[in-house]
Design a protein around this ligand. Sequence first.
Ligand code: PFF
Length: 447
Amino acid sequence: MSNRAQFVTKMGVIAATVGSAVGLGNIWRFPYEAGQHGGGAFLIVYLLCVFLLGIPVMIAEFVIGRSTHSNALTALQKLKPGSSLSKVSYIGIVASLMILSFYSVVAGWIMEYLYQAVTGGLSGHTSEEYATLFSTFTVNPWRSVMWTLIFLLANFMVLRRGIEKGIERISNIMMPVLFVMLLVFCVNSLFMPQAKKGLDFLFNPDFSQITPKVMLGALGQAFFSLSLGLTCLLTYASYFSDKTPLVRSATVVALLDTLVAILSGIIIFPAVFSFDMEPAAGPKLVFQILPEIFQQLPGGYLWSVAFFLLLFFASITSTISMSEISITYFVEAHKMSRSRATGLNTVIAMTFGTLCALSFGVLSDFKVFGMTLFELFDYVSSNIMLPIGGVMLSVFVGWIVDKKVVEEQLTDYGARKITLMRPIRFCIRYVAPLCISLIFLYGLGVP
Ligand code: PFF
């Protein structure tokens, strides 16, 4: 491991992992998923998924990554040669490329909105005009494909030059600023005429709405938002130092990530009801609401430019982390040069990203299982592949990896006493695999 990079500082570990977790999943996907799945009912299940299933799976990924300091496939083989569970790394590679493809489309929308914000195109419109702005842009094949490709090119440059460090450093400054901005927007939303209705929608659960579909949606969202189940955090943990506090880092990352999602909900839902919109509007939800919010704020121009710029950075720290999965694999398992591996990752994502971008326009009638390609990629990766990956990873750490290795990792090589050692192991062994499997099967309507 001597020639592998490592995160040097404690802050660096948390910042990079939070950088991976916090992104469009929190600010774009969480509100629309919550909006489509009954608000409060969704939030409750989501929180349970994060804390009872997400944190244990995250710890499991950390254990595998740090104890081996290798890419996912090698790591699993090192810990248990010949184990069929090591196939989880292939799920991770495919899922990460699928997510990168559709995620880049949304990141491309962010770039278009940033461009509109800078050139003044986001101010002075009516609600209908904001809705039209989004639909005409996403239907336009050239424009949305162009931004998707530009975003992937930016992602490529960062990865190829190995300037992730630079990006991490920038985002170490940007993330706290983004957080403060979200707080300001929250306060603003709390003063909107229908704020109470919005908050009720998000925080007052109607338990009768908790259906298997809502549960699977919440589970998928929790895993997507925490970057779990596809060995992304396993790969990051392979760069952790022996002193990194595993359990505490997992808890802090989960807490911060959840906080950002909830803040985003507090911003969006009061606005949804005040502007008389549909909470179940789907992927376009935040893109129609945010410009209206900025318009109301004094200095709206600056707010909108700053916000979309920060969101761009939040997106790229996430896409860097998901790209690392296949790049590290190509480099370490197939002995490819880093630049070729990065190129291959980008070409694949550009091909499928283009198809996903077109699925809002010329390919909108092309459906598989009733979903457009964009929806299919999102659904299959988040609601099917990530949960399956989560089960396999927790079973692997809970049942296959030597207990001593697990304890050594949980205590950071004996440096710390972990009071919750037994409950944590219990969750990794029983709670996570069982509950994830049950929600998964129920959600797909199996029994
Ligand atoms: N967690 C990221 C977000 O919420 O935007 C998305 C993500 C990053 C998913 C990395 C998967 C991944 F491997």
